[in-house]
Each structure stands twice: as structure tokens, then as C-alpha cells.
Design a protein around this ligand. Structure first.
Ligand SMILES: [Zn+2]
Length: 434
């Protein structure tokens, strides 16, 4: 039997091709696995948070893990990693190892670069020992992407090294069947990102009541890998959308001109919503919050709201986004509406002449939307609106309310934002459906 040389070399090319292919496959697989047992850190410092890197950098991740690897340079040495315990000093830690140099000389040298008094609990220190168990190198993790390299091979040499990082955006979309949190975890969204998501929507949603089955959650967030580490570090949410019964709540991350990272909807309105202190136009305060002699009973009583004198029929606006919790006759309050804004805040409106058509229990209203009209129903001496802001089920003085003011982007800043959100959105959709 004769096989030509060409056939043999052809076979070898195929065979080695396969080996190379599987080798790179297992490398990629290795990168993916650690997604599940990640530990995130919040202390991200970013050059420009508005610049988005997409998931298409996958091929770079591989080279990043192979090049400049400190472990590779030190692989003849035995590596022992320790985690600093509470009350443990660096000097105490060094007592467990052997050195050719004087321990205090090492400590003094490190202290010039990093004050060892600031050594934190759980900070990682790696010791690299030779075959005689003499420590030749130490690496000290300063933050998630910086290490201090202490070379003891000849004399003490200390270098600070920034590890290569690779940031990209991860996008997920899911349907709520149980809860926003539980379904998020089931969809491998990290805990810290879910906490940020809940906080982001806390001005719009009451998570116990508003979230219904089949609510859609769509989200993009920053994910960073650091060379030589299996952990992923999570940054900011870049995009988030919650869709309940065709009602779309959507926010984009943006770095404002005054240097704050904040979230805005497509119209450039800030996520943080203040509650209106005056929920009607052209009204005068006729009675303030506080103790007063009741105009009808004559007794001294706490007045738990603010009265605005206004003609009958003056439109009343919803003080904030929320859900109508009560609408109807309510004793001395007369015709009354109460809106639930979130877990903490409600507003109430009393003595109305009538309710706006369509305002009923469970209806969602937006800030500034007309809900009813000024009247004099219930225990009232004349046409006025009695307005209450309720914080954790207790009336508070609306004039002393300290809520963040909802910034609205304008002019060139709005233009910049619009350009930016389109990139974020394109990136989000591309990640989801590529
Ligand atoms: Zn009143």
C-alpha cells in the first residue's frame, strides 16, 4: 500500500488545525466560566463613562490573558496567596516566610510606595518562593487593577504595575415571572447591578405593587476583566428599560456638564423626580402646615397639609408620577384623591369639586397630569385645595420637603445627550440581537 507524501502532509495539517482550534476553544470557555462566581467592586474609576466599548472585543480578551502575564514570569517559583485578616500586620504576615533580606528593610522599602498601615482586611498578597522556600517575590494587590511588585531576587526592587483591563458592555433582557430580583439572578445578572436597577427605578416604581407578571426588563451594564484574574468587575448601568402594560420607563447613563453621572430618559429628563410643592397654577397659600385653631371646630389642631386658595374648577395636577390609591368621598376631606408615588411617598388632595374623567383607583398618573378640580366639599370654609405630602405614612410639611430636583437637559448638553443615548441604544440592541 502506498500513500503519497502529499496525503500525509495534508492529514497532518488537518490534525494540527484541530488541535489549535480546540486549544483556543477551551481558552474562551475558561473566560466564560467565571461569570457565575464573580465578585464585583463598586469603586470604578473610568476615563470617560460616556464611551461605550461593545462586546465585539472578545478576541482581545484572549491575548490579554496570555501577554504580560506576571505569573508567567514567575512560574518557576511556588506561589502562595494570602488574604489579610482583621488585626493582622504586614510584619506578622512576613514572619510566616523566609527571606534573604532583612524583614524591616523590606517593610521600609514598601512603605515608600504604599503605606502598610493602610493594609485592608481581605487585601491579597502573593508570595513566590524558590525551591529552598526563600521568598523571591511578593505582589501586593492595591486595588482591582493595580499591584505592587516587590522583587527580592538581587536586592529590593519595587514597581507599581497597572494591570491591563478590558471593558465591555453586557446586555440582558428578561420577562418577570416571579420578581425583578429573582428573575434577574436567574438570568445571570449580578446582584450589585440588580441593586442599582432597583435604586434607579425607585422614583417611578413601587416594587411590591407595580411589578406584574410579564413585565419586561432590558438592561446594559459595564463589565471589566482584568489580566490574570478570573473575576469580573461590574460598573455602571448604561441603559435600563422596564415595560409594564405597554408603559415604557427607560433611562440612559450620561455624564452631565457639571461632571455628574446621572440617568435621563429620551427627552433628557432626569430620573430623580421631585414632588411638586404647588400642584396647581396661580394659587396662594391660605393656611400653612402646623398648629392652628381649626376654622370650623374652633379647637387647636395640627394642620397636616397646606391650603391653597383658588377658584372653583382650577385644575389640580398630580404632584409626581404614581398610582391612584384612593379616589372618592373621604369624610371631612370631601372629594379626595391620594396618589402613591413609591415605597416612601404619597400625596393627597382634598375638598375637590370633581375628579378628572378616567381617574380611578389603580390608574397610573404622571407628574403634572390633571387629576381633578378645586372645590369646597367636606369640612371646608371656602374654595381651596388642601394638599398633603405623606412620607412613610405620615404627613410632612411640603415646604420643607428636600427631594432632589429633577434636572432637565437643554441646549448643547441635550444635543450631546441625544447623540450619546443613540449609541447606547444601538449598542444595547446589537448586543441582544447580534
Ligand atoms: Zn387644609
Amino acid at each position: 500500500m502506498t500513500i503519497s507524501l502529499n496525503k500525509i502532509s495534508f492529514f497532518f495539517i488537518i490534525f494540527f488545525g484541530f488541535i489549535l482550534f480546540f486549544n483556543s476553544l477551551s481558552n474562551l470557555d475558561y473566560n466564560k466560566k467565571s461569570v457565575v462566581n464573580n465578585t464585583g467592586k463598586r469603586d470604578f474609576d473610568k476615563q470617560d463613562p460616556n464611551i461605550i466599548t461593545s462586546e465585539s472585543n472578545k478576541s482581545q480578551t484572549k491575548t490579554l490573558l496570555n501577554e504580560n502575564s506576571i505569573d508567567n514570569q514567575l512560574k518557576e517559583l511556588k506561589k502562595i496567596v494570602i488574604s489579610v485578616k482583621k488585626g493582622q500586620t504586614f510584619s506578622k504576615i512576613l514572619d510566616n516566610f523566609k527571606f534573604s533580606e532583612n524583614k524591616f528593610e523590606i517593610i521600609n522599602a514598601i512603605n515608600k510606595e504604599f503605606n502598610l498601615k493602610n493594609l485592608g482586611v481581605n487585601q491579597k498578597i502573593a508570595f513566590f518562593n524558590d525551591e529552598n522556600n526563600i521568598t523571591k517575590k511578593i505582589t501586593l494587590e492595591l486595588d482591582y487593577k493595580t499591584i505592587l511588585l516587590i522583587d527580592l531576587s538581587t536586592n529590593i526592587k519595587i514597581t507599581k504595575k497597572e494591570l491591563n483591563t478590558l471593558s465591555s458592555t453586557e446586555s440582558k433582557e428578561y420577562l418577570i415571572t416571579n420578581s425583578l430580583y429573582a428573575d434577574g439572578i436567574a438570568n445571570y445578572i449580578p446582584n450589585e447591578i440588580l441593586m442599582k436597577l432597583i435604586q434607579l427605578f425607585s422614583f417611578d416604581l413601587d416594587f411590591q405593587r407595580d411589578i406584574k407578571k410579564n413585565t419586561i426588563v432590558s438592561i446594559s451594564y459595564e463589565i471589566t476583566t482584568v489580566e490574570n484574574k478570573n473575576n469580573y468587575y461590574f460598573g455602571d448601568i448604561e441603559y435600563a428599560r422596564i415595560e409594564i402594560n405597554n408603559n415604557n420607563l427607560e433611562y440612559f447613563k450620561f455624564l452631565t456638564d457639571d461632571g455628574f453621572i446621572d440617568y435621563f430618559n429620551r427627552e433628557g429628563k432626569n430620573v430623580k423626580k421631585s414632588i411638586l410643592k404647588t400642584p396647581l397654577d396661580g394659587a396662594k397659600i391660605s393656611s400653612n402646615f402646623g398648629m392652628r385653631k381649626h376654622p370650623i371646630s374652633g379647637f387647636n389642631k395640627m394642620h397636616k397639609g397646606i391650603d391653597f386658595a383658588a377658584p372653583i374648577g382650577t385644575p389640580i395636577y398630580a404632584g409626581g408620577n404614581g398610582i391612584i390609591e384612593f379616589v372618592g368621598n373621604n369624610g371631612g376631606y370631601g372629594k379626595y384623591i391620594r396618589i402613591r408615588h413609591n415605597n416612601d411617598y404619597k400625596t393627597a388632595y382634598a375638598h375637590l369639586s370633581s375628579f378628572k374623567k378616567g381617574i380611578s383607583k389603580g390608574v397610573r398618573v404622571n407628574q403634572g397630569e390633571i387629576i381633578g378640580y378645586v372645590g369646597s366639599t367636606g369640612r371646608s370654609t371656602g374654595p381651596h385645595l388642601h394638599y398633603e405630602i405623606i412620607y412613610q405614612n405620615e404627613q410632612i410639611n411640603p415646604l420643607k420637603l428636600k427631594l432632589p430636583s429633577g434636572k432637565v437637559l437643554k441646549g448643547t448638553e441635550l444635543k450631546k445627550f441625544e447623540k450619546n443615548y443613540k449609541i447606547i441604544l444601538a449598542n444595547h440592541l446589537n448586543n441582544l440581537f447580534e
